[in-house]
Design a protein around this ligand. Structure first.
Ligand SMILES: *Cc1c(COP(=O)(O)O)cnc(C)c1O
Length: 225
């Protein structure tokens, strides 16, 4: 896939989001496309920026630090989402660079972020990540822990706006999306980050306000060594 295809892929994904939203009786504008650029270099991200896209997702703090400060300077109004697991010792860097943190999954991290938010006076929007499939290897708090963690975020002064999930790969995602929507509703949270390349249209049907799409825009990622 060439870099020229990125803009075309981006447009196709946006079309598919709009179609799914219309079919669900939702305005397409309520769904934000987070273009997941992890593993891809600036040259590959540029066509998306030049096409006017401004919302991106990265899963590693260190990798994002290597490419986004320069791009943020060049294109002022970027919203950068952290979508990967966050170590407490990276809270400072994460608060400094990211505009949205989607992967809050434990109280210790809430405390570390709260300290940095106060220190830096930067206020990223926050999502609590829920391990809806209760998979042992996967990040995210358990569904039954979510209410408590959301309360802890609010108590610590975090700007908690919604929930995020990554359904198990081998399962039909819709019941995970429905579960996330239900947990969000009972917590008075209005934003739902769910849906990836293979299932973002389904997620839109189930109320996603953010879909995180990488492969369908930027092509396949090189396998991690
Ligand atoms: C990589 C990643 C995505 C994007 O996945 P694709 O299948 O490439 O669209 C979405 N969410 C998270 C948390 C990711 O790590």
């Amino acid at each position: 896939m060439s870099n020229e295809d990125v803009a075309a892929n981006l447009a196709a994904v946006k079309d598919e989001i709009a179609t799914a939203a219309r079919a669900a009786g939702r305005p397409a504008e309520v769904v934000t496309l987070v273009a997941v650029s992890k593993t891809h270099d600036a040259a590959r991200i540029l066509p998306a920026l030049e096409a006017g896209h401004r919302v991106f997702g990265e899963n590693r703090v260190q990798e994002a630090q290597g490419k986004w400060p320069a791009l943020k300077e060049q294109f002022g109004d970027i919203a950068l989402h952290l979508i990967g697991p966050l170590q407490t010792n990276k809270a400072r860097e994460a608060v400094a660079l990211f505009d949205v943190i989607e992967s809050i999954d434990r109280e210790k991290l809430v405390a570390a972020l709260a300290r940095e938010i106060e220190k830096q006076d930067r206020h990223p929007a926050c999502f609590v990540q829920v391990n809806t499939g209760e998979e042992p290897q996967k990040a995210g708090c358990l569904p039954e822990e979510t209410d408590g963690l959301v309360a802890a975020c609010r108590k610590a002064g975090l700007d908690v706006v919604g929930l995020m999930c990554i359904p198990p790969v081998e399962e039909e995602p819709s019941h995970h999306f429905a579960l996330l929507a239900e947990i969000a509703q009972r917590n008075g949270l209005h934003q739902l980050s769910m849906g990836m390349s293979s299932d973002f249209a389904v997620a839109v049907t189930f109320g996603a306000t953010h879909v995180r799409v990488g492969t369908a825009i930027f092509g396949h990622r090189p396998p991690v060594a």
